[in-house]
Write a protein that binds this ligand. Structure first.
Ligand code: OOB
Length: 556
């Protein structure tokens, strides 16, 4: 056990902060499993989850989660065991996540798009004892992947598969429906119960340096952000929330996302994809009132001819976040979708800023909102680390009742990512507007925000450096009309070695790197622009590419 009974490798909130957050009633001393029991008891026969043709009531959701919790305990999963969860937007995701919360085992939320390189790292780093995935999804064979990795991961004991579970794996469906060996007993009830102050789950960060980092949230802090974000989103028992982004992402999982909707007795509709041909008919069929999307998805919906063919009148509010939403796009939401736009500037590490539903249009369209908790502390600092003058641009630092104090087992990285007094350095350049809202205007961290998907430049560079034709490489963001940003690789070639974009992409795929990280443009260069201290000037590289794209656009 670490300090304060917190999982070792996690940085605790200092006692005076923890005490204040409890005294003010933010942290209620309930685990997410306790919260789930309250939500499902209240929800009863009402519909909790809709997916494909299936409709699951709150009562049935509780039964399935309890069976899964018992089966997991019978399997030998213990409090604090890590479980790598790589499920898509399906009810099984919720059965597994809540069952793990109940027994105090810790889900690590991987994205369905992660491939061998990321999964191998996450399994090894988290020392996960179990891995949960679909057998196949969108043509990808998850079982084949884990079979290739398993021999190198000594901690991994169980592979649980939803859908057709091949020999050597455990069928998740049987566990949830109570047919698994050991299920149906009182395993979970007899097992030790987790403490609300302990870690509940790990989110995966896009990372700014190298491989993804693990973000530990406690039951107390996560239950709090679920609750206040659900309130600020205006969710209630009559709401129908459509989850279109991967629910492994903080935005659609718990801020407010699926958990926020369930906390209010609302109905969650799980969409297998955010594409207009999937999402828009679901909005009509299920009378969806709320959803959360990244700007790239919103832009697709607004541009789709399908929009006019479906009755979207039920939509009350659309949350947009994950990357910067342009004011021109924001102001088209009301006329074209009939819904109020709510800008969300959040991060898996914690802090969530929202515009409020009753804000004036100016605020709704041109700002990324303000913190949700009265105890979210924010500070905008200049290069010298001192607060800038009001209204000036600087890096946003923050700490508060649901913002982590450190990444898991990453003391060196934490020393750079947090100030000595516990503020998280967001790496985002912001300005506080006259209305007291934040405007996100850029970033200091070396990361590409591809339609909300965060990509570490260093991680992609390290992978590309292994290509025989690559002598040196700098990976930078280039402007993209829909995604906002896309990945561009600037490469100095080894003499005489031919290289194409397709070859680079295929190389990364063979290396087991998630496809969304692969460059969409290759620039062969002779040398890199340098800063005054001789580092590669990514700022100049970005400007070069942007200028080149503009010129190409004009020529075309
Ligand atoms: C969300 O979480 P992450 O962890 O994938 O990414 C956080 C980063 C922020 O630091 C910022 O750079 C960027 O994503 N970001 C935005 C933004 N929302 C996030 N940049 C500009 N405008 C926005 N509205 O992306 C996330 C987590 C919870 C809720 C919503 C988004």
């Amino acid at each position: 056990m670490g300090v304060d009974g917190l999982l070792e490798g996690c940085v605790p909130f200092p006692p005076e902060f923890a005490e204040r957050y409890r005294r003010k009633g933010y942290w209620k001393g309930k685990t997410l499993g306790d919260c789930f029991d309250e939500w499902t008891a209240r929800g009863g026969a009402r519909t909790a989850v809709v997916a494909d043709a299936e409709r699951v009531s709150y009562a049935e959701l509780a039964r399935r989660v309890n069976r899964a919790a018992e089966a997991f305990a019978a399997l030998g999963l213990r409090p604090r065991d890590r479980v790598l969860l790589q499920l898509h937007n399906a009810p099984e995701f919720l059965y597994v996540a809540f069952a793990l919360f109940k027994i105090g085992a810790l889900p690590v939320l991987a994205l369905p798009a992660h491939r061998e390189a990321e999964i191998r790292h996450l399994l090894a780093f988290s020392e996960a004892v179990a891995y949960v995935a679909p057998a196949r999804l969108r043509g990808f064979d998850y079982v084949g992947m884990i079979r290739a990795i398993a021999p190198h991961t000594p901690h991994l004991r169980h592979v649980l598969v939803s859908g057709d579970a091949p020999p050597g794996t455990i069928a998740l469906d049987a566990m949830i429906r109570g047919r698994a060996p050991g299920a149906g007993g009182t395993g979970a009830a007899a097992a030790p119960r987790p403490a609300a102050a302990d870690v509940a789950l790990f989110m995966v960060s896009g990372g700014t340096t190298g491989l993804p980092k693990l973000i530990p949230h406690t039951h107390d802090d996560y239950a709090y952000i679920v609750d206040i974000s659900a309130a600020a989103a205006g969710l209630g028992p009559d709401s129908v929330f459509l989850a279109v982004l991967p629910i492994a992402h903080n935005f659609s999982f718990g801020t407010p996302g699926v958990l926020g909707a369930l906390s209010r007795g609302a109905t969650v509709v799980l969409a297998p994809s955010p594409n207009p041909e999937v999402a828009l008919p679901l909005i009509e069929r299920e009378r969806v009132t709320n959803t959360s999307v990244v700007p790239a998805v919103l832009i697709q919906w607004l541009a789709s001819p399908l929009r006019a063919q479906h009755d979207l009148a039920s939509l009350a509010a659309v949350q947009v976040g994950g990357s910067r939403l342009g004011a021109e796009v924001a102001q088209r939401v009301k006329p074209l979708l009939g819904a109020t736009v709510q800008q969300v500037y959040g991060m898996a590490e914690g802090l969530n800023n929202y515009t409020r539903l009753d804000d004036p249009d100016e605020v709704l369209y041109t700002t990324q909102g303000r913190p949700l908790s009265p105890d979210d502390e924010i500070m905008v600092v200049g290069d010298d680390g001192r607060p800038v003058a009001p209204g000036e641009r600087g890096e946003l630092l923050t700490r508060g009742p649901y913002t982590i104090r450190g990444y898991y087992k990453a003391p060196e990285h934490n020393a750079a990512s947090f100030t000595p007094d516990g503020f998280y350095r967001t790496g985002d350049l912001v300005r506080v507007t006259a209305s007291g809202n934040l405007s996100v205007e850029g970033r200091v961290k070396d990361l590409i925000n591809r339609g909300g998907e965060k990509i570490s430049a260093e991680e992609v560079e390290n992978a590309l450096l292994r290509h025989p034709a690559v002598q040196n490489v700098a990976v930078v963001a280039m402007p993209h009309p829909v995604l906002g940003e896309a990945v561009c690789a600037c490469v100095i070639r080894r003499p005489g070695a031919p290289l194409t974009l397709e070859a680079l992409r295929a190389f990364l795929e063979r290396a087991g790197i998630a496809r969304f990280k692969a460059p969409e443009r290759l620039e062969i260069v002779d040398r890199f622009p340098l800063t005054s201290v001789g580092k590669i000037s990514k700022k100049d590289l970005r400007a070069d590419i942007a200028a080149r794209l503009r010129a190409e656009g004009e020529a075309a």
